[in-house]
Design a protein around this ligand. Structure first.
Ligand SMILES: [Zn+2]
Ligand SMILES: [Zn+2]
Length: 390
């Protein structure tokens, strides 16, 4: 059997087990940093499959499963997401990402003694809200990884692309309570918040394209006849780079300063969620994924998405090692992301086919990167080049 045939055999012979894992996660969705049962389920599978597996390495619900072959070679990581969403369960399909990562990891492990290298299956929790990969990257988990691979299910086949950096900022305003009929004795924190909100809306016209600013008023007072002494707002500042997201944040802070000056109030800001880096595209990896998808008969593969509207914690990994997050179609284009319909698609025949094709594609890539050092060099050279430009 050729190496690719061995990969196919490993994935196809275990497909029922992988789909059983996917289905269990679908039936028992757990949201970010509460994925305790999922962590148990997946790490148990990987231990049984012969991986040395640790849990709770950086985040309580993460895992790192490793198989070190007898021969030297690069370290290839397959990333597994597995956090769900409130109400829609696995409406982002992260249960299938976990299935894909485990299938690819096990296939590579089964040929690793022949081709060399170290295979890691890394469980990265809380993608949707708390940025498991941000914490894991900061803790150095990806420092020695040569390439990190992942495929996200959705409504299109693609080789991935850019994503926006995101800076989550909370504004808190401090004024002075007073009777509603003696407002002159007080200072309205709510007025400061509203003025800031309007100013930030006006700011939108003057920012670079692909910059998104969206916010809410979290606290706006407690009674109509009390001048509010406290108000707060939560914002996301998203931009193609973190540098620009921070620049826009500074402009918004200037809006708050003006509003406080006008209302006789004060304010402070804080980072209330985990900031996400933008995603650095590795075009050599994107080309490889396109080639493998084509080989597998995966059709209508979208090119690199150069305009990233959303944000992902994969961005943080992409600044530490060459990284790709491809996509695989498991549902029609009218199916919304973060929906119950997409969750259902993960356990459908399309979901199963998606798991087969996506895991084979990234397993083939890993196999090439281990067996052909010149290919790995191209990928790594591009990574060094693009990080030094930033
Ligand atoms: Zn997702
Ligand atoms: Zn999502």
């Amino acid at each position: 059997m050729t190496l690719y045939e061995q990969i196919n055999h490993s994935i196809e012979s275990h497909i029922d087990q992988y789909m059983a894992l996917v289905k269990t996660m679908y039936e028992h969705p757990e949201i970010g940093f509460q994925e305790f049962e999922t962590q148990k389920l997946l790490s148990h599978y990987l231990i049984e499959a012969g991986f040395e597996t640790k849990t709770g390495v950086v985040c309580e619900t993460d895992f790192i499963a490793e198989y070190q072959s007898q021969k030297p070679g690069p370290i290839i990581a397959f990333m597994c997401e597995y956090d769900a969403l409130p109400e829609v369960g696995h409406g982002c399909g992260h249960n299938l990402i976990a299935g894909i990562g485990i299938a690819a990891g096990e296939a590579l492990k089964n040929i690793a003694d022949e081709i060399g290298g170290t295979i890691r299956v890394i469980g990265t929790p809380a993608e949707e809200n708390f940025g498991g990969k941000v914490h894991m990257s900061k803790a150095g988990i990806f420092n020695d990884v040569d390439v990190a691979l992942m495929v996200h299910p959705g409504t299109k086949n693609g080789v991935g692309g850019k994503s926006n950096a995101i800076n989550p900022v909370k504004f808190e305003f401090f004024g002075k309570n007073a009777h509603g009929c003696h407002p002159q004795d007080g200072a309205s924190a709510l007025d400061a918040a509203v003025m800031t909100y309007i100013q930030i809306n006006l700011l939108r016209q003057f920012v670079e394209p692909q910059t998104y600013i969206h916010g809410i008023i979290r606290d706006g007072g407690s009674a109509a006849n009390v001048i509010p002494a406290y108000a707060s707002m939560e914002y996301y500042f998203r931009a193609p780079t973190m540098k620009y997201a921070l620049e826009v944040t500074d402009k918004a802070i200037a809006c708050a300063k003006g509003a406080c000056e006008a209302t006789g109030t004060t304010f402070k800001t804080s980072i209330y969620e985990c900031p996400y880096e933008d995603t650095l595209v590795n075009y050599a990896l994107a080309d490889m994924l396109k080639e493998k998808y084509t080989l597998l008969g995966v059709q209508n593969v979208e090119p690199v998405n150069e305009i990233g509207a959303g944000s992902t914690d994969v961005g943080s990994v992409s600044y530490v090692c060459p990284t790709i997050q491809g996509s695989i179609k498991i549902a029609e284009e009218n199916v919304a992301g973060h929906s119950k319909e997409l969750a259902c698609a993960t356990i459908s025949e399309e979901g199963k086919l998606g798991l087969l094709n996506a895991s084979k594609a990234i397993a083939y890539m890993a196999c090439d990167l281990i067996c052909q050092p010149e290919k790995l060099k191209i990928v790594k050279d591009e990574f060094i080049q693009s990080t030094s430009n930033k």
